[in-house]
Ligand binder design. Structure first.
Ligand code: HEM
Length: 538
C-alpha cells in the first residue's frame, strides 16, 4: 500500500486507497502502444503529466471527502492540500499565527489546517497534547525542516531524545548555571557598555537586536566556548544575528517540501562565501566554526581540557554520562551544536525585548521594578549575584509576565499514537498531526484574567499558583525545554542590569511595533524597540 505524502511516515496513518497515478501512466502508454505508435519523449512526458494531474485531483478529492479528518471544519482547500497553507504563508504573506486566529474565529475550536493537521483553540487542549504521560512522536515533516535529525530537539521519537536530554540536562541545571553566572554577567556588561556608548553618541539603541546579540553571545560561550562578539557589532547589526531574518523564512519553507530542505541545507559553502551576502557568509562561518571545533575534539579529545568551563562536548562525549551507550557520531554532534544555538538564542533575546517593551509602556510597573532593583542593588558598582536577583518578587513577576506575553508561538506538532486520543472533547484518529500554540493558553480569559494586559501582579496574588501551572512558554511534558534555567538567568540578569544601570527613555520618533511574522521564533516586522539608554548616576 502506498501512503499519500500528507501522512507522516512514522505514524500509524489512517488506511489509504491505492495510488492511481502509476495506473494512469501505464494506461496512457498502453493506449499509445495499442495505436501501434512507439512512445517518444513527448508522449512519455504527456503520460507523466497526466499521471501527476490525476494524482493531485484524486488526492485532493480523497482528502476532502474520504479522509478520516474530513469531518473537521476548515477551508476545503486547506483540507485538500498542504499547499493551501503554503499559499497563505508565502504568497499572501500572512503570518501563520494570524491564519490560525482567523480560522478559529470562523470555524470554532478545532480547525483542519492541512489534510492531516489539526489545531485547537480551547486552552484545555494544551495539557491534553503536551503532558508527561504523552510520549508522542514529533511531526517528522516540521522537525525535518531543520535537517538536524540527530539532535535533542529534532529526534522524532522520545526514546531517542531521552538519552540525549539526560546527557545534556546537567549542564543546564540550576547549579551549573549558578557556577557559570560570571560568564553571563560579563556578557551583560558588554551589552551595557554598548548601550552607554550609543547614548554618548546621541543615538537610541535597538533593543531587539541588542538583546538578541547578547543571547547569541551567551549561547556561543556557554555551549561551545566560542565567541562571536555579536554584541560588539556597530549598532548591534551583527551579521550572525541578522542571518536569522533570512534563515527563519527559509526554514518555514522547508516544512513544505524535501526539495527545499535539500536546496537550502545543502547550499554549497563556496557559493555562499562568494555570494557577496555578508549574512550568508556569516551563517557559513558559524557552521565552519562549529565543524572545526567538533573535528578538533574528535581528533584530540584533550582539547576539552583547555576550556575554562564545561561545554556541551564534555557531556556528549563522556562515557559515564552516556551510561555505556555508544557515543554520538560526528554528524550527531554537529546537529546538536546547531540546534542548541537555534533553540536558545533568539527565543531568549525576543523575550527580553518583549518584556522591556511592556515595562516601558506601563509607567507604574516600571516604577515598581526600578524601586525594587534600587533597594536590592543600592551601590551601582556592586552588582548582585543571580541568587539575589532571582528572589526579587517583582522582577520575577515581570519576567514571568514577559514570558506569558511571548508573541506568536509555533504549535509544536505531535503525532497522535495508533490508538487515537481524545482532545478538546473530540476523538482524534491515530496518525493525525496535532498542535496548539501556547499563546492560546496564555491569552485565554479562562486561564488568565484580563489576558491582553501586562499585569505582573497576577504572579504575586492568590492566583499565582494557577498562573504558574498554566505557563506553557517552555512547553510541557517529556519534550519541554531543558534550557529553561539558562533562559531564566539571562532574563533576570538582562532585565535587572538594563533597568538598574540606565535611565531608559523610549525613542518617540520610532514607535515600536510588536507585529510579527511567525516562523519557528517570531520575526518582528515594522519598527524595532528603540530606547535612549542614559547611564544612571546612582
Ligand atoms: C525564553 C527562552 C526560551 C523559550 C521561550 C523556549 C521555548 C521552548 C519550547 C516551547 C520548546 C518545545 C519545542 C518543541 O516542542 O519542539 C523548547 C525546547 C527546547 N529548548 Fe527552549 N526555550 C527557550 C530557551 C532555551 C535555551 C536558552 C536553550 C538552551 C540551549 C533551549 C534549548 C531547548 C532545547 C534543546 C529544546 C528541545 C527539547 C526536546 O525536544 O526534547 N531553550 N524550548
Amino acid at each position: 500500500m502506498i501512503k499519500l505524502p500528507c501522512f507522516p511516515d512514522t505514524a500509524s496513518a489512517p488506511p489509504q486507497p491505492p495510488f492511481p497515478s502509476a495506473m494512469v501512466f501505464d494506461g496512457v502508454l498502453q493506449f499509445v502502444h495499442s495505436l501501434g505508435v512507439t512512445p517518444s519523449a513527448p508522449i512519455v512526458l504527456l503520460a507523466l503529466v497526466a499521471a501527476a494531474l490525476t494524482w493531485s485531483f484524486y488526492s485532493a478529492f480523497y482528502n476532502v471527502y474520504l479522509h478520516p479528518l474530513a469531518r473537521f471544519p476548515g477551508p476545503k482547500l486547506a483540507g485538500a492540500s498542504k499547499y493551501w497553507l503554503f499559499y497563505q504563508e508565502f504568497v499572501r504573506g500572512v503570518s501563520l499565527s494570524d491564519v490560525r486566529d482567523e480560522l478559529h474565529a470562523q470555524y470554532g475550536d478545532i480547525i483542519r489546517l492541512q489534510p492531516n493537521l489539526l489545531h485547537f483553540a480551547n486552552p484545555q487542549a494544551y495539557t491534553e497534547i503536551y503532558n508527561l504521560k504523552n510520549k508522542w512522536d514529533k511531526d517528522p515533516v516540521v522537525y525535518g525542516a531543520f535537517d538536524l535529525d540527530q539532535s535533542s530537539a529534532c529526534f522524532i521519537k522520545y526514546a531517542d531524545a531521552k538519552p540525549r536530554r539526560d546527557v545534556l540536562s546537567p549542564l543546564f541545571s540550576r547549579s551549573s548555571i549558578l557556577k557559570m553566572q560570571g560568564l553571563l554577567q560579563e556578557r551583560v556588561d558588554v551589552l551595557c557598555d554598548a548601550l552607554a556608548k550609543q547614548y554618548a553618541a546621541g543615538k537610541s539603541s535597538n533593543l531587539y537586536l541588542g538583546f538578541r546579540c547578547f543571547a547569541t553571545d551567551v549561547l556561543m560561550l556557554f555551549c561551545y566556548n566560542k565567541s562571536l562578539e555579536a554584541t560588539r557589532a556597530p549598532d548591534f547589526h551583527a551579521d550572525v544575528v541578522l542571518a536569522s531574518e533570512t534563515m527563519l523564512p527559509c526554514l518555514s519553507l522547508c516544512k513544505y517540501s524535501r526539495i527545499f530542505v535539500m536546496l537550502i541545507h545543502h547550499f554549497p559553502a563556496w557559493l555562499a562565501k562568494n555570494s557577496g551576502s555578508p549574512v550568508l557568509a556569516a551563517l557559513f562561518h558559524i557552521r565552519e566554526l562549529l565543524t572545526e571545533q567538533v573535528d578538533a575534539i574528535l581528533r584530540d579529545p584533550t582539547e576539552l581540557t583547555l576550556t575554562p568551563h564545561p561545554i556541551i562536548y564534555h557531556a556528549l562525549l563522556s562515557p559515564e554520562a552516556n551510561k555505556g551507550r555508544p557515543l554520538p557520531s560526528r554528524q550527531s554532534l554537529l546537529d546538536e551544536a546547531a540546534i542548541l544555538l537555534g533553540a536558545g538564542a533568539d527565543s531568549t533575546g525576543v523575550t527580553l525585548m518583549v518584556t522591556a517593551h511592556y515595562v516601558l509602556q506601563n509607567p507604574q510597573v516600571r516604577q515598581r521594578l526600578e524601586a525594587e532593583l534600587r533597594e536590592a542593588w543600592p551601590i551601582l558598582e556592586e552588582t548582585p549575584r543571580y541568587e539575589v536577583l532571582e528572589k526579587l518578587p517583582y522582577l520575577s513577576a515581570v519576567t514571568k509576565e514577559g514570558l506569558r506575553m511571548f508573541p506568536g508561538a509555533v504549535a509544536h506538532p505531535r503525532v497522535v499514537p495508533r490508538e487515537g486520543a481524545m482532545i478538546s472533547g473530540a476523538f482524534i484518529p491515530g496518525g493525525t498531526v496535532v498542535g496548539q500554540g501556547f499563546i492560546y493558553v496564555h491569552r485565554s480569559p479562562l486561564m488568565y484574567e484580563r489576558p491582553e494586559e501586562f499585569l505582573p501582579d497576577r504572579w504575586l496574588g492568590p492566583n499565582a499558583k494557577a498562573c504558574e501551572a498554566a505557563l506553557s512558554v517552555f512547553s510541557k511534558g517529556p519534550r519541554s525545554c531543558f534550557g529553561v534555567n539558562l533562559a531564566y538567568a539571562e532574563l533576570h540578569l538582562g532585565l535587572a542590569n538594563v533597568f538598574r544601570r540606565f535611565d531608559l527613555q523610549l525613542d518617540e520618533a520610532r514607535p515600536a511595533s510588536l507585529k510579527i511574522k511567525e516562523h519557528f521564533v517570531p520575526l518582528f516586522s515594522g519598527e524595532n524597540l528603540h530606547v535612549y539608554c542614559k547611564p544612571a548616576t546612582d
